[in-house]
Design a protein around this ligand. Structure first.
Ligand code: DGY
Length: 345
């Protein structure tokens, strides 16, 4: 019997997934540079039964049309699915798989790392210590580290009010979106002596005793009372550009804003305004618009804005688990007798 034909849109996939797929499918892997160019995607998806894709691939009507009627299963190696035209897939009876749960811990850890780096100004301090005035771009940071080894620290002086950060102890932390990641962040913050946790979510959550107490509040109250606002909500039509000028204007001037969800939740011009005018104190972003952010984007020039290149799930075991789950989803949808472990629709 002929094996199902699948397309993987990127070559750097943990081997476990490729091995599993090769056993039962005829696998076409895009070997070129990242991300797969649109014309290549449209050409190579034609006639495929399954598609293994990533957040960098916009899978819309055009791609589905190019694939044709053979396409039965789409598996994204991500928990987010705002890059997929889900309604269109449903209407064509295409099964869709995604990779929740296996990446929650890694994303929560990264959120904390970003929060710590932002509120204690670690990158800014690193830049100061190494003689760079302000540098967040990876290449500049490498240069900065090189300078540190060459004694760059000698050019700045320790001082009692120099490079002051903002502590979590005694603060109010507000989490926007208390789903899997939000809950994992909440749990990890339990040891930081936070005075009060607030959250805004689609529904009130009944959390077990292993979580610190958190109060379900309106978005307005979350913004007004939080010293740290952490955004971990999914991007959808209800949350798109939720953090707009009004939202930033409602925050404390001392507030620190962290986003590890999707750039689309933030009106980025409003965020730039809020930071430049001192409306809020700092921001830590793992996600932004567009991605990759152009190196000369204004966000890269703001000293109190810590930027990471979408690294929430970039942890060895996590990426292997995501790849394996995505492969299992694809096989589950394609091979008779198998099930999709995590099916969206
Ligand atoms: C996801 O899974 O949606 C992350 O943003 C990327 O791994």
């Amino acid at each position: 019997m002929e094996k199902p034909k699948v397309l993987i849109t990127k070559k750097d996939v943990p081997q476990i997934a490729i091995r599993k797929l090769r056993e039962l499918c005829d696998v076409d892997i895009y070997e070129g540079s990242y991300p797969m160019p649109r014309d290549q995607l449209l050409a190579r998806v034609a006639g495929k039964d399954g598609l293994f894709c990533f957040i960098t691939d916009r899978i819309n009507t055009k791609v589905l049309d190019a694939a044709g009627r053979s396409l039965r299963v789409i598996s994204t190696m991500s928990v987010g699915y705002d890059h997929l035209s889900l309604e269109e897939m449903k209407s064509r009876d295409i099964k869709v798989g995604y990779t929740p749960d296996v990446l929650t811990d890694a994303t929560a850890e990264l959120t904390l790392a970003l929060l710590l780096a932002t509120w204690r100004r670690l990158l800014q301090a690193n830049a100061a210590a190494t003689g760079q005035r302000c540098c967040y771009r990876p290449t500049l940071l490498l240069q900065a580290n090189a300078e540190l080894n060459n004694g760059g620290w000698g050019r700045c002086v320790w001082g009692p009010v120099w490079m002051l950060g903002k502590g979590l102890s005694g603060s109010t932390v507000g989490i926007f979106g208390l789903g899997r990641t939000g809950q994992a962040v909440l749990k990890r913050l339990a040891g930081f002596n936070v005075a009060k946790f607030l959250y805004t979510s689609t529904t009130k959550k009944e959390l077990g005793g292993s979580y610190p107490v958190a109060e379900f509040v309106s978005f307005e109250r979350l913004l007004q009372e939080s010293d740290f606002v952490i955004c971990t909500a999914a991007l959808n039509e209800q949350t798109r550009a939720k953090f707009n000028k009004d939202a930033f204007a409602a925050m404390k001037n001392s507030a620190v804003f962290i986003n590890t969800s999707r750039g689309g939740l933030v009106d980025q011009e409003a965020l730039v305004w809020a930071i430049q005018t001192g409306q809020i104190r700092a921001a830590g972003l793992d996600v932004m618009t567009p991605e990759p952010l152009p190196a000369d984007h204004i966000l890269t020039t703001l000293p109190n804005c810590t930027l990471l290149p979408h690294l929430g799930t970039s942890e060895e075991r996590t990426r292997a688990a995501m790849a394996e789950l995505a492969a299992d989803n694809l096989l589950g949808g394609l091979i008779v007798g198998k099930q999709m472990p995590k099916r969206l629709c």
